[in-house]
Design a protein around this ligand. Structure first.
Ligand code: SF4
Ligand code: FES
Length: 257
């Protein structure tokens, strides 16, 4: 198939960018290629013309590392629901299509170059509490702790988050509540996560609010998420956050209840 690509090109952080159109470089694209393989072909053709290739992030190309996100025709990760950009195939497009490709658009994710954004704000949230510091033993010890199946299943669903940032890019407020909730609740739902449950939720939510907008329940995050993480986890996070505030007030002797 022959495509017309409109790609955001930006030489560096804080520099002016623009949409650049590619027609000849996007000809003879196989429908069996992945979206990233299509960009590889375009880049090989640009390099052959001694032009700068399009910078985009990728690693696993299996939908598990979360690095490949981009806006495709205005949708985070493109038109296929529950699919990361690297797992999207060109058969989802038609011969003659125009395809607009842009980086994530969010203040907390500044553009580094072309389609590559800096997602370090996510790292700051995880650093604030996305771990268990209590000794939990070795791997066999973990299997000795009985975990109700519903809790194990819910924790596993939250742990599916690959940290891609599509939820932020899709949100009209650039909120990171779905990511933060997934990273909190995959620990808070397990017995091993209970000791730090309330300090974790407070630290991670407070850090999130330093960088990202506020959630107003649009639900766009859930729709854009390649791992189909449910916004139910945001409700669990909010429940834990409220409980943490009450717990802290009790500790401070500010309430008798
Ligand atoms: S919640 Fe979904 S969209 Fe957001 S970072 Fe995790 S995997 Fe990506
Ligand atoms: S390249 Fe790893 S999720 Fe797409």
């Amino acid at each position: 198939m022959d495509l017309t690509l409109h790609v955001w090109r930006q030489p560096g952080p804080g520099q002016a960018g623009q949409m650049v159109t590619y027609i000849d470089e996007a000809k003879d694209i196989s429908p069996d290629m992945s979206f990233l393989e299509m960009l590889d072909i375009v880049n090989e053709r640009l390099i052959a013309q001694q032009k700068e290739p399009i910078a985009f992030e990728h690693d696993c190309r299996e939908g598990i590392c979360g690095s490949c996100g981009m806006m495709i025709n205005g949708q985070a990760h493109g038109p296929q629901k529950g699919t990361a950009t690297c797992q999207l195939h060109m058969r989802k497009f038609s011969d003659g299509d125009e395809v607009f490709i842009e980086p994530w658009r969010a203040r907390a994710f500044p553009v580094l170059r072309d389609l590559v954004v800096d997602r370090q704000a996510f790292d700051r949230i995880v650093e604030a509490g996305g771990y268990i510091s209590a000794p939990t033993g070795t791997a066999p010890d973990a299997n000795i702790v009985l975990i109700p199946k519903v809790a194990a299943d819910a924790a596993m669903d939250a742990a599916a988050c690959i940290g891609c940032g599509a939820c932020v890019a899709a949100c009209p407020n650039s909120a990171a509540n779905l990511f933060t909730a997934a990273k909190i609740e995959h620990l808070n739902l397990l017995p091993q996560g209970q000791a730090e449950r309330y300090t974790r939720v407070t630290a991670m939510v407070d850090t999130m609010e330093d960088y990202f907008g506020s959630c107003t329940n649009h639900g766009e995050c859930q729709e854009a998420c390649p791992k189909e993480i449910s916004i139910d986890f945001i409700a669990y996070m909010n429940r834990d956050y409220v409980k943490a505030q009450l717990k802290n007030r009790k500790l401070a002797g500010q309430t008798s209840t």
